[in-house]
Design a binder for this molecule. Sequence first.
Ligand SMILES: NC(=O)c1ccc[n+]([C@@H]2O[C@H](COP(=O)([O-])OP(=O)(O)OC[C@H]3O[C@@H](n4cnc5c(N)ncnc54)[C@H](O)[C@@H]3O)[C@@H](O)[C@H]2O)c1
Ligand SMILES: O=c1ccn([C@@H]2O[C@H](COP(=O)(O)OP(=O)(O)O[C@H]3O[C@H](CO)[C@@H](O)[C@H](O)[C@H]3O)[C@@H](O)[C@H]2O)c(=O)[nH]1
Length: 450
Amino acid sequence: MEKITVVGSGYVGLVSGTCFSEIGNRVICCDVDPFKIAMLRKGEIPIYEPGLKELVKKNVDADRLFFTSEIGDAIEASDIIYIAVGTPMGDNGEADMRYVHEVARTIGKHLNSYKIIVNKSTVPVGTGEQVRQIIMENRKNRFVQFDVVSNPEFLREGSAIEDCMNMERAVIGATSDKAAKRIADLHAPFRTRIFQTNLESAEMIKYAANAFLATKISFINGIANVCERVGADVTSVAAGMGLDSRIGAKFLQAGIGYGGSCFPKDTFALSYIAEEAGFDFSLLKSVIAANDEQRLVVVDKLKQALGCLEGKKIGVLGLAFKPNTDDMRYAPSLTIIPELVRLGAYVRAYDPIAMQAARNQIAEYYEDFETLEEALEGCDACLILTEWSEIVEMDLARVKQLLTAPIIVDGRNCFSVREMKEREFVYYSVGRPAVTTGSANASAAKTVSL
Ligand SMILES: NC(=O)c1ccc[n+]([C@@H]2O[C@H](COP(=O)([O-])OP(=O)(O)OC[C@H]3O[C@@H](n4cnc5c(N)ncnc54)[C@H](O)[C@@H]3O)[C@@H](O)[C@H]2O)c1
Ligand SMILES: O=c1ccn([C@@H]2O[C@H](COP(=O)(O)OP(=O)(O)O[C@H]3O[C@H](CO)[C@@H](O)[C@H](O)[C@H]3O)[C@@H](O)[C@H]2O)c(=O)[nH]1
């Protein structure tokens, strides 16, 4: 049993802290945001993450998981201190390190005994060394020792608990073998593969992994755009490519590009790191540019289906950057909805979970509705931006009744082209043949001429 303090109780800190308590450790999660801590103390969860509420309750009840905004006290009470604060995108695309540095100062001031400081936030190479320096400068007793370790996090929102409890690998970067072993031992109950390396390489592995996954997505989106023009189907192409074990089937789902709190900021940060180090990472820059362009393919498809967007009512389904999260950071909807409005459309929107989070960001651009049906009622077309299961499983016959014309533009390839043809929808998806014929086309044509 280790005594662990996790500084930062957001998506990563709260989930990993809870999972560390689940495997038997005594964990204190702390945060500068007193409202977050007050909620957590009442058993409420500030974020939407499936299974988290139950797991938090289980471990709080077992006296293994605690919450506080007294960060100094929490640091003094533990032997392993995890840093899990945000590293958002700064002005030039570089990672904004102010929260990590602030935590390092606080750790320094409260270093009352030997501790291992573990960085879980995604940070540029060299941060471990910076954290070490800051702690040295701020520690009151210069005889108290400490080690700094990098242990980047790879969980995905929406499946965070599953990813954490069944992690594929734990990357541990350290200068001290003793500290690295202790963090490796901490992970033993997860029965995961340990990959030990130096601090710098561990920090780089996180950016490299995210940039590679982002590259896979931009690549398949490029292939999708070619497929549309030459009559191939990207879902078949991806499936066929994925059978090659050197390529793999994952992260080859074409759509409206990657969003979320990580890929956009981490690709920019890595590009900046490369630039600073004297390397023009043109491939990565192209991945970012391709992702920006991919957002707008669904707007072009709506234009093709409706003629023009001026005065048209568009029912947007899905606002979150992916299903099973309320996270709106860099969600494609944040770009697409304002663009539709700029082109004269009127947007009615629905998301099963992210409605409040979306309102906080772009409320002025659309009207939101409590149900999918209300959002679609009287719309000229339906636009799918997130593949929530409620949306994938929606009653298409009912959707047809609700829309003024049976037009669906699907940014996530939720339905089979054949089914949409049989159901006589005008159906545009990404990287697959458009369905523009049949009785649905007559309705569409009518809409265009209105
Ligand atoms: N969200 C993910 O899926 C994910 C996955 C892997 C890695 N990461 C990385 O993990 C880090 C955290 O990401 P997140 O999504 O959990 O961020 P988040 O914004 O959800 O949470 C960060 C928390 O840190 C708190 N905080 C800020 N300064 C603090 C301080 N000085 N002391 C105590 N608390 C402080 C904030 O109030 C906030 O609650 C980032 O570097 C991110 O890139 C995120
Ligand atoms: O084939 C795919 C897979 C994903 N996406 C999009 O890519 C984005 C990111 O998806 P995902 O990776 O599932 O979600 P995140 O929660 O952002 O997780 C990523 O970012 C985290 C933060 O660094 C890492 O820890 C995870 O390993 C990494 O997968 C989303 O917009 C998805 O819609 C696609 O367009 N096509």
